[in-house]
Write a protein that binds this ligand. Structure first.
Ligand code: MG
Length: 256
């Protein structure tokens, strides 16, 4: 077993680690309860920028996980934290849902389509041609292009859905401009999360189910990385990558 004696704080991915299709995975509720009982600083991370932490907390509770909103960190919050540092009290044209617009309001940003500093794209299923046209024209006129997460597709009960990365690709094709992407695998997402709970890389571990986002970002942020087999990664898929997590477990139940 890998040595975790120096680990005092935890970051964990949500889908494929704690929940699958809204239902708690084995050991997840017990692990959260253990961290809460021991007052271990932890954050649950997700690249999904649709929901606010409050919405996500309510959804997790209905799936059997008692995770307060203060312990949830989304790519929308990470994007807002990034913009707050880059340009405090700026303006943005936002294509996204409440998770993103609420985070932008909380840092004091003005949402406008009149000469904004940024065009910020998040996960959304409610956009139209006019909004894309506006975003394209604003970027061509000098607004900086930011996206909350790179995911090309997302899951649904009926099959994959096009996600933020796919919409960003359309805007990129029309403008010639690539977005700066804040969510995983950008290690900034983890650094920003650690700052939020006062954690340090040398004493923080992260848990994920994907080699190409969670583990690579964890390694680049200097963390102890734990890959669990309850999500995407199987052993053949793990073997394809030129890097390894610190440890590989069957599920978070192995951390109890
Ligand atoms: Mg995952």
């Amino acid at each position: 077993m890998a040595d975790r004696s120096n680990i005092v704080s935890w970051l964990t991915d949500m889908d494929g680690v704690l929940v699958h299709e809204g239902v708690a995975l084995p050991g997840a509720a017990e692990l959260i309860a253990k961290w809460q009982a021991e007052e271990t600083p932890f954050l649950v991370l997700t690249n999904n920028s649709i929901y606010t932490p409050r919405d996500l907390s309510a959804r997790l509770v209905s799936g059997g996980l008692n995770i307060p909103e203060k312990n949830i960190f989304t790519s929308a919050l990470a994007t807002a934290a990034f913009l707050d540092k880059q340009q405090p009290k700026g303006s943005a044209y936002v294509i996204g849902e409440a998770g993103l617009t609420t985070a932008m309001h909380e840092i004091g940003y003005v949402m406008t389509d009149q000469n904004p500093d940024y065009v910020v794209l998040g996960e959304t299923r409610n956009f139209n041609f006019d909004m894309l046209t506006k975003a394209v024209r604003l970027i061509i006129n000098g607004a900086r292009f930011i996206a909350t997460n790179p995911d090309a597709t997302g899951p649904s009960a009926d099959g994959v859905l096009p996600a933020t990365g796919s919409v960003a690709a359309l805007i990129t094709k029309a403008t010639g401009m690539e977005p700066y992407i804040v969510g995983k695998p950008n290690p900034m997402m983890f650094r920003s999360a650690m700052r939020k709970i006062g954690a340090h890389s040398e004493s923080t571990a992260m848990i994920g189910d994907r080699m190409d986002t969670d583990v690579v970002a964890g390694i680049e942020a200097g963390l102890h990385t734990v890959l669990v087999r309850t999500g995407i990664a199987d052993d053949a898929e793990i073997a394809k990558y030129p890097f390894r997590p610190t440890e590989i477990l069957n599920s978070v139940a192995d951390l109890l």
